[in-house]
Design a protein around this ligand. Structure first.
Ligand code: GLC
Ligand code: MG
Length: 537
């Protein structure tokens, strides 16, 4: 199967550069069969909406068979659709329906680990002599019976679990139900080549690669060094720097192998990495810009405070460190991180709107998370309703990730248009009256219409798609940049009104929609927490 034709005029192998991508978290998007769980048929029924919004590609959090210890991120079969989400036939219809609307479908692939219930692991743990023993990372206890080294799981606690059947420990960088594969093993590499190929043949336009930075571990299993005061929050929390249990240079060999596979397809497929690393490391995942990832999620940007200087620095660093020709990806929310309307916006709609302007007008591919377009905020989930294993384990110190995974509010009322009014959604909906798609679709001043108009403006303005980024001089608290020669973007991320002197032109879209089309001469006023995209002369 081939990928859909592009409406933007971009060549087929570069579609992801001019695209606006959208993450669907399938369990929470739309439930077609009233069992309270979103499903593939539900996505099919909302494709018209995604087309209306102007989305070019969706990436779906895992849809394959999983016992759901970590909600799909513990895969027990990489080539079969999870039954409560649908069947392969539904999936094929989803890809075809998306293609008819010029929307590409990308899947999430989880190569770092499987479910403990995956037949590979069942075999691997059965005996030291099993054919797949070496597919996972097994090691002997220390002489005193302790774990092989000091590695901690990124979900907390030791990264090793003793398996009594064979008396060895296995490695898991996440839950103990998620044993890490051994990517030094050639057969593991071959097995994933086949999985990539299986989905490419079904018309998948690419993959989002889960925890792409940690799949190769130190071959000698050396202890991680202790964290220092200069280390980031996570390293300090865990007391160690993740130097050996991931982030190894050899990971780039594996990514280059995947890129070759993706490039060998007609048309080529796109690879987007989950790469929670510093900007200096992030840029390495692009290789020479032709041989590794097409796009790498920028976590320093996601986790930065919504402050003009802080955000500008990360964008400037990314722009200057990326290999020439490489393409950034900008995202504000996902199923693991607090939603940007909450994290950056703090519940202030002006801030969320300014953030949307930022995401959709930087140089790079914007990736929205379902609900971002309506300014959906985190929905606090009561302890008894929690589904995320992290919330369940660490509450009340940490409430986990359910707040950013609650169902899409499509309209007001019981079920919120997500599920039947009588059904119990797998996670509770927030107050559907305050923020929902239906209301915002009919209100031209809404966040949703802002999102749609920004996407349309971007599509119709080559400078906003491919024009270079150049920071403009601004007063403190304001961040402004040029895109190409003709467009500019100004964000006032402060409580004080400001003005940019010496610029003239016409506002195309402002967060205060009353200003769309406004002409300005020798100065542009940017009131507190407003964002403006303008054509300049
Ligand atoms: C990634 C996923 C996250 C999951 C983890 C383990 O970070 O985004 O949801 O829990 O990997 O697979
Ligand atoms: Mg359902």
């Amino acid at each position: 199967m081939t990928a859909p034709a592009d409406t933007s005029g971009a060549p087929d192998d570069l579609w992801w550069k001019s695209a606006v991508l959208y993450q669907v978290y399938p369990r929470s998007f739309a439930d077609s069969d009233a069992d309270g769980t979103g499903d593939l048929q539900g996505i099919i029924e909302r494709l018209d909406y995604l087309q209306w919004l102007g989305i070019d590609g969706v990436w779906l959090s895992p849809i394959t068979v999983s016992p759901n210890a970590d909600w799909g991120y513990d895969v027990a079969d990489y080539c079969t659709v999870q039954p409560d989400l649908g069947t392969m036939e539904t999936f094929d219809r989803l890809v075809a329906g998306a293609r008819a609307r010029h929307i590409r479908v990308l899947l999430d692939i989880v190569p770092n680990h499987t479910s403990e219930q995956h037949p590979w692991f069942v075999d691997s743990r059965s005996s030291r002599a099993s054919a797949r023993r070496d597919w996972y990372v097994w090691a002997d206890p220390k002489p005193d019976g302790a774990a092989p080294n000091n590695w901690v799981s990124s979900f907390g606690g030791p990264a090793w679990t003793l398996d009594p059947t064979t008396g060895q420990f296995y490695l898991h960088n996440h839950l103990s139900e998620q044993p890490d594969l051994n990517w030094w093993n050639e057969e593991v590499r071959d097995a994933f080549d086949a999985i990539f190929g299986f989905w490419f043949d079904r018309g998948v336009a690419g993959f989002r690669i889960d925890v792409c930075n940690i799949i190769i571990k130190d071959a000698l299993l050396r202890d991680n060094p202790p964290a220092t005061e200069d280390d980031d929050f996570e390293a300090q929390l865990f007391g160690q720097r993740p130097v050996y249990n991931g982030n190894r240079p050899e990971v780039h060999d594996v990514i280059r192998r995947w890129r070759k596979l993706a490039d060998s397809c007609a048309p080529p497929r796109a690879l987007i990495g989950e790469t929670p690393v510093k900007v200096e490391e992030l840029v390495k995942y692009y290789g020479d810009c032709t041989d590794e990832l097409h796009l790498a999620f920028n976590f320093p940007f996601i986790t930065a405070p919504f402050d003009a200087a802080a955000m500008r620095h990360i964008v400037e660093d990314t722009e200057s460190l990326l290999p020439s020709g490489a393409w950034p990806a900008w995202t504000g929310s996902n199923h693991d991180m607090s939603r940007f309307a909450t994290r950056w916006g703090g519940g202030d709609a002006r801030k969320a709107r300014a953030a949307l302007v930022m995401l959709l007008s930087l140089r790079g591919t914007p990736v929205l998370y379902q609900g971002d377009e309506i300014g959906l905020e985190d929905v606090p989930v009561a302890h008894e309703d929690m589904r995320d294993p992290l919330g369940v384990a660490y509450w009340p110190a940490y409430a986990g990730r359910d707040a950013m995974r609650t169902p899409m509010p499509w309209r007001d009322g019981p079920g919120g248009g997500f599920t039947d009014p009588g059904a119990r959604p797998w996670l509770p909906l927030g107050p559907t009256g305050q923020c929902n798609v239906e209301q915002q679709q009919s209100d031209p001043s809404s966040m949703l219409c802002l999102a749609r108009d920004l996407i349309a403006l971007r599509r119709g303005t080559p400078e906003l798609q491919t024009g270079r980024y150049e920071t403009m001089a601004t007063p403190v608290g304001v961040w402004a940049w040029r895109r190409g020669d003709r467009m500019m973007v100004a964000l006032n991320l402060s409580d004080d009104d400001a003005a940019l002197v010496g610029t003239s032109g016409r506002i195309r879209i402002a967060t205060d929609r009353g200003r769309d089309g406004e002409l300005f001469d020798d100065g542009l006023s940017v009131p507190a927490w407003e964002g403006v995209i303008a054509e300049i002369r």
